[in-house]
Design a protein around this ligand. Structure first.
Ligand SMILES: [Zn+2]
Length: 265
């Protein structure tokens, strides 16, 4: 399931094909994605240009010359491919953008949990979905006070709190798991324990902010490959220097979580 680093990789892949280019032809083969694509989806895009392609949490946002915004989400199994010139669409290719750059961008999604919608003009500023998102973890303004404010009074586990898009935007099972290991914090720990009674950050919260950034930045700088230290490594030795523990798997909130009981408290 794509999380912030994967969505950012997609953005970097799509940018040269889409930014500054017009939608020349938009083909919709299936409208029943997570949200049904409206009948005028293609006509609202065709002829408009993409001013910029941004990312917010796990969403991709294309700012259009029409002042509208195309908001895209990969869901569980969505992916984009970029080809030169027209392409023959195959199974699960639901939407194709033929751009004036000469590139064809195809959205493929076997499970159809992905979504695309067009938000009209300034409505993007008060969009309920985007407006409910927590801070962007790689933003300069993201720090222990910002995260502390969101965790204060949360009686859920750290795992659940950090996976909640209203607390912090863009993390999911994998990177929450990685960040907690880097921070030396148990996924089962209660979220509110990282904030003092008066609401100020604890040293553990400072470690968590560093852990989140490090996990995301490592993933952004690596191309696929071996980017997880704990995720899916049940039974392996803990990679923290000086730790003799090994990685355990527990199920929290229906999802597998991996952690080292030795150094994550
Ligand atoms: Zn350990």
């Amino acid at each position: 399931v794509p999380e912030l680093p994967e969505v950012e990789h997609v953005r970097r892949q799509l940018r040269p094909a889409m930014e500054g280019a017009r939608f020349e032809r938009v083909t919709v083969r299936r409208r029943d994605l997570r949200r049904t694509l409206p009948g005028d989806f293609s006509s609202r895009l065709e002829g408009t240009a993409v001013r910029s392609l941004r990312r917010r949490a796990k969403y991709l946002l294309a700012d259009l010359s029409s002042a509208d915004t195309l908001v895209m989400h990969l869901g569980m199994s969505g992916s984009f491919s970029v080809s030169k010139g027209p392409v023959e669409l195959s199974a699960h290719d639901h939407v194709a953008f033929e751009m004036s750059s000469g590139a064809t961008v195809v959205f493929n999604d076997p499970r159809r949990f992905g979504s695309m919608r067009i938000v009209t003009g300034a409505d993007i500023e008060r969009d309920p979905t985007l407006g409910s998102l927590g801070p962007e973890p790689l933003d300069r303004r993201f720090d222990a006070s910002a995260l502390g404010a969101a965790l204060r009074g949360r009686r859920t586990t750290l795992k659940a709190a950090l996976s909640d898009q209203r607390v912090i935007g863009g993390l999911g099972n994998n990177y929450v798991t990685e960040a907690l290991h880097r921070a030396g914090l148990s996924p089962r720990r209660r979220a509110s324990t990282l904030v003092t009674r008066s609401g100020s950050p604890t040293p553990a919260l400072n470690r968590l902010v560093k852990g989140i950034r490090a996990a995301l930045l490592d993933a952004l700088s690596s191309q696929d490959g071996d980017r997880f230290r704990v995720y899916d490594r049940e039974g392996c030795r803990c990679l923290r220097r000086g730790c003799a523990g090994s990685i355990r798997r527990v199920v929290l909130g229906g999802r597998s979580t991996f952690f080292c009981a030795e150094c994550q408290r």
